[in-house]
Design a protein around this ligand. Structure first.
Ligand code: NAD
Length: 259
């Protein structure tokens, strides 16, 4: 199937590695030019060179913190237009909610709710005027099945999800869709970091924790960042114009509910 997005421009946030990288590479494989950002210049430039080398599209790396106004402005200015927006940033730290300070809450809300909203605000009217736009927010399976120690994430991402639910029904009349992708367990650096922290605090070997986690996934394996990127790319395709305001779990069957 030709996804009909060759030559379009995408901004993919948090894309030097992990799920964002999977999205950027997969879009680039369909001929989409990509602006990618991340905070560290070295790994970002390496990722950009890898994507460009494998696909031949234009890849523009912008080293910045996307949760800042300057970072967003630089990322937006790096493309002639944004047809596809993939919102993503690091997730907030885990902890006991009694210890979350107001500052920690503001940081989480800034990164995982307000930053995507600002980027949607900056791009959606251009998409509407051109009668094509695809926005995908990387959230978390914790939006559907909250994880107790991830209170900051549960709260901030649910705020984004509620906001998106409202506007996604307005933009679709102009062929601009907005959807959320909810990752379950993907063995990226983020999950590796969580496993290492659990190992240190509990005195259990990392390999044992990793095996336990893997065994808890009905698919019997962790997710792969490229398959995540491919799901994202389908949502960004010309064919996906009738899908909006949805929350799609990609979790190997971990979420146990019927709906
Ligand atoms: P990762 O740590 O592997 O990669 C994160 C990427 O985002 C990196 O490129 C990093 O440089 C970039 N980044 C982080 N903060 C940024 C910022 N402020 N500005 C610009 N770039 C920034 O993480 P991942 O596993 O790919 O996770 C991506 C998102 O998905 C996170 O919000 C995470 O909480 C969420 N998530 C991941 C999983 C999983 O299993 N990996 C599960 C549920 C939710």
């Amino acid at each position: 199937m030709d996804l009909g997005i060759e030559g379009k421009w995408a901004l993919v946030c948090g894309a030097s590695k992990g799920l964002g990288y999977g999205c950027a590479l997969s879009l680039a494989r369909e001929g989409v030019n990509v602006v990618i950002n991340a905070r560290s210049e070295g790994p970002l430039n390496e990722a950009a060179a890898r994507i460009a080398g494998q696909t031949g599209v234009k890849v523009v790396p912008v080293a910045c913190d996307i949760t800042t106004e300057a970072g967003r402005a630089a990322s937006l200015a790096a493309a002639p237009q944004i047809d596809i927006l993939v919102n993503n940033a690091g997730g907030p730290p885990p902890g006991d909610f009694r210890e979350f300070t107001r500052d920690a809450w503001i940081k989480a809300i800034d990164a995982n709710m307000l930053t995507p909203i600002e980027l949607i605000k900056a791009t959606v009217d251009g998409m509407i005027a051109r009668r094509f736009g695809r926005i995908v927010n990387i959230t978390s399976s914790a939006v559907k099945a909250p994880i107790d120690i991830l209170g900051l994430s549960n709260g901030a991402r649910s705020g984004l999800t509620g906001f998106v639910a409202g506007i996604a029904r307005k933009t679709v009349a102009h062929n601009v869709t907005i959807n959320n992708l909810l990752p379950g367990m993907f063995l990226t650096d983020r999950l590796r970091g969580t496993i290492a922290a659990l190992s240190r605090s509990g005195g259990v070997p990392e390999a044992q924790i990793e095996a336990q986690r893997r065994a808890s996934i009905p698919a019997g394996r962790f997710g792969d960042e490229i398959e995540f990127g491919q799901a994202c790319t389908y949502l960004c395709s010309a064919q996906a114009g009738f899908i909006t305001g949805q929350n799609l779990l990609i979790d190997g069957g971990t979420y146990p509910g019927t709906f």
